[in-house]
Design a protein. Structure first.
Length: 373
């Protein structure tokens, strides 16, 4: 199955589980052609096809409830119920039981792609060693969440860089067009229940974001509360692409389970209900993109912390930790670098094929369907 057949098959499967936004799927196709990194972010389903072939030994590692679609832009910040700034994995749409090594290899491969695009200035070997060291240290220490209070000052500075300025953020939120349909009652109730009291009238807007989830319905609710803007986003969620890959009838979604079991300081505004996820959006409560990072940053330390946070997620599978320790002890040499290099090679090959022929090989989107389930 080549990249075009895989994409068509996956999108047909997706359309049976969500009211797909066709114009966003067309945008996704175009963004995938622009560069290898957005292609990588948008094609976790294709990664699953390559994974057991390219990384045969590594793929046989002990199972955990993993993040799945882990990459260096899948980290962000949020506020806990005490108002403290928290940093960690930002998106759990693809959470599913898998080898613990998958998250590590995918994170490292994403770093290699960022290095190739000159978004990161470290050497590949240094990047893989930092990720692995952070993971090993966290597994040995029992993990610890990233609370950006008296500790992790440097991470707090990264998270509050000038490119996440509130004025710019809220201007961007207001620029979103009105939501074109009546939202599902389930999504509307989740949004309204997440707003603080006293509740105020709000606007519904259409939001385009993400890459792996581009095409999922997103409803932005924007209002003013106590003299300043607040926002919530309802996003349509589905079972992991693992279900598509395994040709399974399962409809189980693992994001909420991973949130509740991992070493993690929860976001009190995140709510899961059926096929919807609602979360708070704010300048200090969103994914951190590479472009928003300040020029002066310790990239090796950042990758180390990403490796540590990956272990925090895997502590959500406590029965697997002893097996992981034994497996890690047996892995010598540059195993992570070799696995990431192999996945990097097939990702580049798929991207080259995609960018040359995607306009010819992918069917044009059908007429826009309603976003109402």
């Amino acid at each position: 199955m080549n990249i075009f057949k895989a994409s068509q098959d996956f999108e047909q499967w997706l359309a049976k589980r969500l009211p797909v936004v066709r114009r966003d799927v067309a945008l996704k196709h175009a963004l995938m052609a622009q560069a290898p990194f957005p292609f990588f972010r948008a094609t976790f389903y294709r990664w699953l096809q390559h994974w057991p072939e390219v990384c045969r030994d590594v793929a046989k590692a002990p199972l955990v409830l993993g993040v799945g679609d882990l990459h260096i832009e899948n980290f962000g910040t949020w506020r806990d119920e005490e108002g403290r700034l928290i940093w960690g994995v930002n998106d759990l749409d693809e959470a599913f039981p898998a080898a613990y090594t998958l998250d590590l290899v995918r994170l490292t491969t994403s770093a290699y792609l960022a290095i190739a695009a000159e978004h990161l200035g470290v050497a590949r070997r240094e990047a893989s060693e930092a990720v692995e060291e952070g993971y090993r240290d966290a597994i040995a220490a029992g993990g610890k969440a990233f609370v950006l209070a008296e500790h992790h000052q440097w991470l707090r500075l990264l998270a509050t860089s000038e490119l996440r300025d509130p004025i710019h953020f809220w201007e961007k939120m207001q620029e979103n067009p009105p939501y074109p349909a009546k939202p599902p009652q389930e999504a509307r109730k989740l949004i309204e229940d997440s707003f603080p009291l006293p509740k105020r009238p709000y606007e519904l807007k259409r939001r385009v974001a993400g890459l792996g989830s581009l095409g999922h319905p997103r409803i932005l609710a924007l209002t003013s509360w106590q003299g300043a803007f607040i926002a919530r986003e309802a996003k349509g969620i589905r079972t992991s692409a693992w279900v598509w890959y395994n040709n399974s009838p399962s409809d189980e979604m693992y994001g909420a389970k991973l949130v509740n079991s991992a070493i993690r300081v929860k976001d009190p505004c995140v709510r899961f209900q059926g096929h919807w996820l609602v979360r708070r959006l704010a300048p200090d409560c969103s994914r951190i993109e590479l472009a928003s990072l300040p020029a002066q940053r310790d990239e090796t330390r950042l990758l180390y912390d990403m490796g540590w946070e990956t272990a925090n997620m895997h502590f959500g599978s406590p029965k697997a930790i002893a097996k992981i320790k034994r497996d890690l002890a047996a892995r010598k040499g540059r195993w992570l670098h070799k696995a990431a290099k192999g996945m990097l090679k097939v990702t580049f090959a798929d991207w080259e094929e995609w960018r040359k022929d995607w306009k010819k090989r992918m069917p044009r989107p059908a007429a826009q369907r309603s976003e109402k389930p």
